[in-house]
Design a protein around this ligand. Structure first.
Ligand SMILES: *[C@@H]1O[C@H](CO)[C@@H](O)[C@H](O)[C@H]1NC(C)=O
Ligand SMILES: *[C@@H]1O[C@H](CO)[C@@H](O)[C@H](O)[C@H]1NC(C)=O
Ligand SMILES: *[C@@H]1O[C@H](CO)[C@@H](O)[C@H](O)[C@H]1NC(C)=O
Ligand SMILES: *[C@@H]1O[C@H](CO)[C@@H](O)[C@H](O)[C@H]1NC(C)=O
Length: 403
């Protein structure tokens, strides 16, 4: 048997008009610095999303960072500096090396995908109206650093352009998203689409024969029945006594892992919202101990959509969405701004009828850790690339029966 988790994410920027930049070489900050900054951005973004939504949350911080990092090659002045500080990348900026940040993203992407075993595909595409000419320097740069494709469409012909874009997205998401664009606004001149698709098989699969309906305590008053998976094996676990959470790592084959953060039974999960940051995330993953454990984890599935332009505005990215936007790097024409950023992410953790490889076993360490990890109440989860500690997805499950 095999436990598979399917995740995909979709980000769409609908913009009116666009264009390019200049560049050079770089070094100083490296991808370790980038992933640390990206992780803090992810936590900031999570907090903003949780201000708007009290239910389940799921998104790909890496996709948002990557999509907006492409726009730094087009943006100028305060439009650009707001994007950099909103993404938490301003301190990596080297004035004499304007292409450093795109280069770091390029290196990170190369590092994440170098191991062919990890089924993770990320792609950026720009659909531009036929009447609009993109500056060559910009299209060259986004191709070089982000492997972004540029395609011309006629937005005047709504049905045809819609079809082209939906076909692209369908292909890039392993046919999981069949129709993303339902309407095209009349003034649309460009769409920026970022997709990410991840498919992971647990290194230690759950036996579906052990899955049983069980109680999940949404809150004091609400209890739901969920299909609860069960496994007993050696797992890496950490205890954060200050935050009153237990942390469990569930590795996937191919170099990624899911980190489950479970607040202690009497702890309000909303308190944890304010406390998670990159430093804490790193301390969890570096302080794990291997121990024999009984794990209970609900099967869950969810699909979430967010209007990212609203959320990013609350992180200080304003000009990009206003008439004062400066995207001169993409086009010399005035009036260019981003009107919409749609973000859609889907996760599906389910059982499949295939055998997955077994993991190596290491001797048990005797710490005062629990011997049962029962995920029967709201929890947080993080899917990350282990070699770089890069956060690919993050989310929160309050009620696993709500999609
Ligand atoms: C990045 O730089 C830091 C020091 O600035 C170093 O400790 C770390 O190993 C470097 N990481 C990589 C991947 O080179
Ligand atoms: C934008 O930045 C350029 C180059 O740094 C500068 O020459 C120009 O005055 C700035 N424009 C505004 C409106 O601040
Ligand atoms: C699950 O149960 C069925 C029927 O008892 C059995 O044939 C099968 O081998 C079991 N699967 C696993 C993975 O143990
Ligand atoms: C990938 O990143 C990790 C951690 O930063 C580093 O140890 C490794 O050498 C990198 N690999 C390549 C091929 O860059």
């Amino acid at each position: 048997m095999k436990m598979e988790s399917r995740v995909f994410f979709l980000l769409i920027c609908i913009s009116s008009f666009m264009s390019a930049v200049k560049t050079q070489e770089a070094q100083v900050p490296n991808i370790t610095d980038l992933t640390f900054k990206n992780t803090d951005f992810a936590m900031n973004l999570y907090r903003k999303i949780s201000n708007y939504h009290d239910n389940n949350i799921f998104f790909s911080p890496l996709s948002v960072s990557t999509a907006f990092a492409t726009l730094t090659l087009a943006a100028r002045n305060s439009t650009r500096s707001q994007i950099l500080s909103g993404l938490n990348l301003d301190t990596l900026e080297q004035t004499e090396q304007p292409e450093l940040i795109p280069q770091l993203f390029q290196h990170l992407q190369g590092n994440i995908t170098q191991d062919g075993a990890l089924k993770l595909e990320q792609g950026t595409a720009l659909f531009v109206d036929l009447h609009f000419q993109i500056e060559k320097a910009f299209s060259d740069q986004i191709k070089k650093y982000f492997e972004a494709d540029i395609e011309n469409v006629d937005f005047g012909k709504v049905d045809i352009s819609k079809g082209t874009i939906n076909k692209h997205v369908k292909k890039k998401t392993g046919e999981k998203v069949k129709e993303i664009v339902t309407t095209i606004e009349p003034l649309t001149q460009m769409m920026l689409i970022n997709t990410i698709f991840f498919q992971g098989a647990w290194e230690k699969p759950f036996n579906p024969n052990n899955t049983e309906n069980s109680r999940f305590y949404v809150d004091k008053y609400n209890i739901v029945q969920v299909p609860m998976m069960f496994s007993t094996d050696k797992f890496y676990i950490a205890s954060d006594d200050e935050l009153k959470v237990k942390v469990l790592r569930l590795p996937y084959l191919g170099g990624a892992a899911m980190l489950i953060v479970l607040p202690d039974a009497n702890v309000d999960y909303t308190i944890i919202d304010d406390e998670i940051n990159a430093k804490r995330f790193h301390s969890w993953i570096t302080n794990m101990k291997k121990t024999k454990l009984e794990v209970y984890l609900p099967k869950f599935k969810m699909e979430q959509s967010y209007s990212m332009h609203k959320i990013l505005s609350s992180l200080g990215i304003h000009d990009l969405f206003r008439d004062s936007a400066n995207l001169k790097g993409m086009s010399q024409e005035p009036g260019l701004k981003v009107s919409k950023v749609l973000h859609k992410a889907v996760i599906d953790v389910d059982e499949k009828g295939t055998v997955a490889a077994a993991a190596t076993s290491v001797s048990i360490t005797g710490y005062s850790l629990p011997n049962t990890f029962n995920v029967n109440r709201p929890f947080f989860f993080f899917i990350y690339h282990e070699a770089t500690n890069s956060l690919l997805f993050m989310g929160r499950v309050i009620d696993p029966t709500k999609n």
